[in-house]
Each structure stands twice: as C-alpha cells, then as structure tokens.
Design a protein around this ligand. Sequence first.
Ligand code: FES
Ligand code: FES
Length: 170
Amino acid sequence: MSADLTTTLVVNGRTVTRTAGAHLSLLRWLRDVADVLDPKYACGEGVCGACAVLVDGEPVSSCIVLAAQVDGARVTTAAGLTGPGGELSPLQRAFHEHHAAQCGFCTPGMLICATAMLADGMTRTRDEIRHELHGNLCRCTGYQQVVDAIEAAQGAAQGAAQGAAQGIPP
Ligand code: FES
Ligand code: FES
C-alpha cells in the first residue's frame, strides 16, 4: 500500500488541494479525487491523447504522469479553455462549427493538443496539422473535420493578429 501525499494544483484557475495515494496518476487525481472529468481515460499508456492536459502550458498525457510529480503546477483541461463567462475559445468554436466532434470522447485531448500547437503562431499545412496530431486517436471523424477546424482557427488567429497590427479591432 502506498502512502498518501497532499498535492496542490491550480486546475483551470482554481486552487485544489487533495490528499491521495502517492501512486495516483495526474489523470486519476483529476478525475477520481478532484472531480475534473473532461480528460478521458482510454489507453492508459500515453498513446491515445484522450487524457491530454496542459501542465504549465505544456501538453502532457496525464495518464503517465504522477500527480505528486507536478505538485504546484497550473493544469488546464479542455473545460479551462473557455473564457471567464463560459464563452468558447476560437478553437472550441471552430470545432463546433466544423462538426469536429462526434462521440466527443477524444475531443478534450484534441482541443488541448491543438491549443498547444497553435500557441506558437506558426502557419501549418494540413499535412503538418495531421502529423502533429498523430498522438491523438479518434475513432469517429477520420480526422477530416478536426483538421478543418484547426486550420480555420489558425487562419482566424492570424487574421486577428494582422488586423491588430493594422489597428483593426477584432
Ligand atoms: S489515456 Fe492517456 S494517452 Fe491514452
Ligand atoms: S469524436 Fe469519437 S473518438 Fe473522436
């Protein structure tokens, strides 16, 4: 039996402190202890991306990281991508508009990894988007609509950046 540890994480802007088994993965800590249910358990081996979250801004597979390892970190799940009033992020809106979620099981992880991908502001081709999503498995969409959504969000972000540079309000 492993000892308990007290871990504090800032989850989607909320400070959460829980005492739980030292062996718990970040995914189990979030889902079973902190009641944060949008990261999903699927492979449990760091292969499918369903459990992806941002830890201090970096995407990680939360099933293969211990919660205790990231004590004190900022953790963002897909639910934390919305604005303070619950408004969808541009990427979430693009997923909605392009029907990029069917059963939705992979979607939280897809949103997290795509958010991390777009954060650098680089322009990616569809092939590059597909390549970077190779760690996110989806059984439903064939990835077409997911790539459509990410491409649209990328274009919208760059249009807004160009507009801001020219003094055009978003
Ligand atoms: S459940 Fe974590 S990568 Fe599949
Ligand atoms: S939408 Fe069903 S697994 Fe991706």
